[in-house]
Each structure stands twice: as structure tokens, then as C-alpha cells.
Write a protein that binds this ligand. Structure first.
Ligand code: PLP
Length: 290
């Protein structure tokens, strides 16, 4: 099931509301800068049993990405209403687990008015990824870990529509017989997946890469750490290396739609998964409300 809402903007570029539209009808002009330049931003939230999970965190990150790209600040009340209505329509249609993507582009070239929409659909079955785990490869992203300080124009850490590279690395992973990717900085630090955040267990601590190294601050990782602290784990944001990954008791790639996927192989070498903790983590994420 697909559901689409368009965000309406006035001539000055201010959002005025939203409306549901036919999900099978074309809505975008071919001159939209989101399509022609990847000049825009997005968020993808998960919908589980009627709740749009981490909705406020996604809205805040949309605002932050907009600021990084100097796009007009999104009116989060308008976006929240649109996302909620798309979620409620999916839920009414029987969708128990879905994803809701919301997109803001710089709009049609020359018009000076952004384009925005919300797209909801059912999720595929992620049971195998969540329980059996995924095989990852480490790929050099080609940037140092201090890229956001030295070269902010590269927009590292913004959730932009320019994801062709993030798709290309998935194809490279498949060529290498793996399911997913963990980026490494050119100076040797673990970064993030193309659509996910790395979390590792070291004894009684859960750690994740620091977010000031040009990576996206993950909403799923944040919720997971909040749960982990209540469950008695220490948590930390650190500079981590491939040696740390090799030494970790367990590792996961976590993200809004797939949730927690344990890493069962790195660069072709099998590693143990922590099935019990993985199940607890996925249950904790599942139990989230908006
Ligand atoms: N890093 C990147 C580059 C991503 O695209 C995503 C999500 O798509 C994440 C991390 C995970 O973020 P979240 O947990 O908010 O989905």
C-alpha cells in the first residue's frame, strides 16, 4: 500500500498545509532540483503498529539538514501533521510495519519555492536480517574523520538526497558477497553504514562512533542508547577503529526501518552474534511510541 501527501507552499515559500494525493499520479516537475541535482533533504521514519517512531527526532534532524543546505526552515507542525496522516492512512489500510519518507527539495529551478512530500509504504520482512544477521564489508569513504570541520561544504552529516554513492557501495558489497557496508574514514576510523549507524558491545558498554566525524546522528541509535542505559549498560560515543570492531563482543548496524541487524561477518570473516541481546534491542525498539 502506498500513501502520498504533498506539502503546499505559498509564493514566498512558506508551508501552508498538506493534502493527500493519488499515489499513482505523477506529482514532480522534471525541472525539480531534487530530481536534477539531488539538491534536497529527506528523512525516513518507521511506522510500527500505528506509531511513527522517533517522529520528533526525525523532524528535528530535517530542520538541521535544511540549515546545513541553507534550505528554508521546515515548518515542523505542517510536516508532523502530514507524516501523521500518512501513518494513520497506512495503519487504517492494515499496514502494521511500514516506512514513511519525507522529502524537501529546493524546488523547481528558478521558482524559489521548495517542493515537499511524504511517502508511506509497507516494509519488507526484515526477520532474517534482524535474527540471522548481515555480512558487511569495510569500504573507504575517502574523507578524513575531521571532514566536517575542514570542508563543511561537503555536507557530511546532513541527510541529503545525494545518495547515489550510498547506493553504489551497496552494489560493491553485493559484488563482494556481502549484504551491507560500513564506511571507514581515509585516516582509519569507523564511520557509519550507507543507511545505518554502527553500535558495538564491549563488555557492559555499548559504543558508537562520535557524531562529529562527518556522520549522521542516528535516531535509532539514540533510542537504543536510552533503552540500554535503563537496562544497565554504560554507553559511549568514541573514535573507533577496525581493530576495535574485531575486538568487540558484538556489533550491529541500526536504522529506522530495518531496526537492529547483528553483524555476522566482516570482510568475509565470520563473527559471533549476540542473539539474545539483539532480540531485546529489537523488542525495545518495537515498543517505542511516537
Ligand atoms: N547514517 C546514514 C548515512 C543514514 O542514511 C541513516 C538512515 O538512513 C542512518 C545513519 C541511521 O539513522 P536513523 O537511525 O535515524 O535511521
Amino acid at each position: 500500500m502506498n500513501v502520498v501527501a504533498l506539502i503546499d507552499f505559498d509564493a514566498a515559500g512558506a508551508a501552508t498545509g498538506h493534502r493527500l494525493v493519488d499515489p499513482d499520479a505523477p506529482q514532480l516537475l522534471v525541472t525539480d532540483l531534487g530530481a536534477t541535482r539531488g539538491d534536497g533533504i529527506f528523512e525516513t521514519a518507521s511506522l510500527v503498529h500505528g506509531s511513527v517512531q522517533a517522529l520528533e527526532a526525525h523532524l528535528q534532524r530535517l530542520v538541521q539538514s535544511a540549515a546545513m543546505l541553507q534550505l528554508p526552515a521546515p515548518d515542523i507542525d505542517v510536516w508532523r501533521d502530514a507524516v501523521r496522516e500518512v501513518g494513520a492512512t497506512l495503519t487504517a489500510g492494515g499496514v502494521t510495519e511500514g516506512s514513511i519518507k519525507f522529502v524537501l527539495t529546493r524546488g523547481v529551478e528558478g521558482a524559489g519555492v521548495p517542493t515537499g512530500w511524504v511517502f508511506g509504504t509497507d516494509s519488507p520482512d526484515f526477520t532474517a536480517d534482524r535474527t540471522d544477521g548481515i555480512r558487511i564489508v569495510l569500504l573507504d569513504r575517502g574523507y578524513r574523520h575531521d571532514v566536517s570541520q575542514t570542508s563543511p561544504w561537503l555536507l557530511a552529516g546532513a541527510k541529503t538526497l545525494s545518495y547515489a554513492v550510498n547506493r553504489a557501495v551497496q552494489r560493491e558489497a553485493a559484488r563482494r558477497g556481502a549484504d551491507d557496508v560500513l564506511f571507514v574514514s581515509s585516516d582509519g576510523y569507523l564511520l557509519e553504514g550507507p543507511t545505518s549507524t554502527l553500535v558495538m558491545r564491549m563488555g557492559g558498554r555499548l559504543v558508537t562512533p562520535r557524531v562529529d566525524i562527518g556522520i549522521l546522528a542516528g535516531t535509532t541509535q539514540a533510542d537504543l542508547f536510552a533503552w540500554a542505559e535503563s537496562a544497565g549498560f554504560a554507553t559511549g560515543y568514541e573514535l573507533l577503529t577496525p581493530d576495535d570492531l574485531a575486538a568487540a563482543d558484538a556489533a550491529w548496524l541500526v536504522s529506522s526501518v530495518r531496526h537492529v541487524a547483528p553483524v555476522r561477518a566482516v570482510d568475509g570473516a565470520a563473527r559471533a552474534i549476540d542473539a539474545e541481546l539483539t532480540a531485546r534491542m529489537n523488542a525495545a525498539l518495537d515498543a517505542r511510541t511516537e
